[in-house]
Design a binder for this molecule. Structure first.
Ligand code: NAD
Length: 394
């Protein structure tokens, strides 16, 4: 089949296998060019390994430290007539590259919130790795079924307390209009915390400790976004922010509970970037289009792989990690630079449909969005007949 992007709203429903492979290779090449991460991890579990920040974490661990990686993801394999999800192709490409480069890689495709998948991962660690010294928790999901009660919870992206009206770019229609979001109910807030809060991270760490597959001095990180004034009403101070606050509680609880094993647990604050998860959040596409313009002009723009390189070298494996007063690793320093935020805030009210392309870097936003699905890579022939099937399945 000829594979061209099929964008529906804020998602692209197909993906290009060779394009996704090119995206993975580009990140591998970047990591290799940075050289070895001194004192980096050796046996790594990445929960949410197939796209965005989790994929970049896996690549940084494998190609920056020669680590063996066990990945977990929830992705759709291809059929003769339908492409796989991008995360499936990314993971297949990662496996192909790892095999070629003599690096161990194993991936489990299933619901990481479930007890079964936790047990499967533990069995795989015992079989192949013995113990893990780094656990990356990078899940982004709109729902979670509590494995102990069977109840399913859905998260919402809503403000807390009062409704919020803000300028929003509809990336489907390219229309900019005011969008009003009603405040979340208490139940919606609690459900969002249940999905994106720290409970599952804690359950993972407990299961790994009980099975005795956590190495002495193991590290674990979970990712968050804090942002600034423009995004606080819909992110930082909203339902998702509330859920992310719960990660701070979980990090402290994990460190305390496994202190005998010297386990360190930290939340890492990362930059706003186009991923499948973030493109679904109102306000974020326009904010990112402006942010990219400002950060590129300052020479401070980064993608997932650059962020992960700095997270490893400047925080997790640094002797003087950049930690804030809440014990969080900070890699959002360049985004939150006051001069950068001031410029973004100055542009924000000026943007209209007419000047979108000149006042913002929507072009990069859109290119990055399509690249998530393997579209827009040099060297890939998008006119060529392409099989959706791939040789490296997992
Ligand atoms: P993403 O959508 O690119 O990746 C999500 C990953 O989770 C994928 O590997 C997917 O397969 C996996 N996943 C989802 N549900 C699963 C399930 N039930 N079982 C197993 N795997 C499952 O998202 P992302 O943007 O890379 O987000 C990862 C983390 O980083 C999130 O915690 C997010 O809040 C955080 N973060 C994102 C940004 C951003 O701007 N994108 C910024 C800072 C922090």
């Amino acid at each position: 089949m000829i594979i061209k992007p099929k964008v529906r709203g804020f998602i692209c429903i197909n993906a290009h296998p060779q394009g996704c492979a090119a995206h993975v290779q580009e990140q591998i090449d970047y990591t290799r060019a940075q050289g070895e991460v001194e004192g980096g991890p050796k046996n790594v579990l990445v929960i949410g390994c197939s796209t965005g920040y989790g994929l970049a974490s896996r690549i940084t661990a494998a190609y920056g430290s020669g680590a063996k990686t066990l990945g977990l993801c929830f992705e759709k394999p291809p059929t003769e007539r339908k492409t796989a999800s991008a995360g499936y192709y990314n993971t297949a490409a990662f496996h192909a590259a790892a095999e070629k480069d003599g690096l161990y890689a194993r991936t489990i495709n299933g619901d990481a919130f479930s007890n079964d998948i936790k047990a499967e991962a533990i069995a795989a660690i015992k079989e192949d790795l013995g113990k893990v010294d780094l656990v990356v928790y990078s899940l982004a999901s709109p729902r979670r079924t509590d494995p102990n009660t069977g109840e399913t919870y859905n998260s919402v992206l809503k403000p807390i307390g009062e409704g919020y009206t803000a300028k929003n770019l509809n990336t489907d229609t390219m229309k900019i209009s005011d969008m009003t979001v009603e405040p979340a109910t208490d139940e919606e807030i609690n459900n969002t915390v249940k999905v994106m809060g720290g409970e599952d991270w804690e359950m993972w760490m407990s299961a790994l400790a009980e099975a005795d597959v956590l190495a002495e001095g193991a590290k674990t990180v979970s990712y968050t976004y804090l942002g600034d004034k423009l995004t606080w009403p819909i992110y930082g101070h909203a339902t998702i922010g509330k859920a992310k606050e719960d990660l701070d509680r979980a990090a402290a609880a994990i460190a305390e509970r496994f202190a005998d094993k010297n386990v360190s647990a930290n939340v890492a604050v990362l930059k706003a970037l186009v991923t499948q998860a973030s493109s679904a959040i109102p306000v974020m596409p326009l904010y990112m289009a402006i942010l990219f313009k400002v950060m590129k002009a300052k020479g401070t723009h980064e993608g997932c792989i650059e962020q992960l390189q700095r997270l490893f070298t400047e925080c997790v494996y640094s002797n003087s990690p950049r930690l804030d007063s809440d014990n969080r690793y900070r890699v959002d320093d360049l985004e939150l630079d006051p001069a950068t935020q001031a410029e973004v805030e100055a542009i924000w009210p000026e943007v209209t449909e007419e000047n979108l392309m000149s006042l913002t870097d929507y072009k990069t936003y859109n290119e990055n969005f399509l690249r998530l699905f393997g579209f827009g890579f040099d060297g890939v022939d998008y006119e060529a007949e392409t099989s959706p099937l791939v040789s490296h399945n997992f």
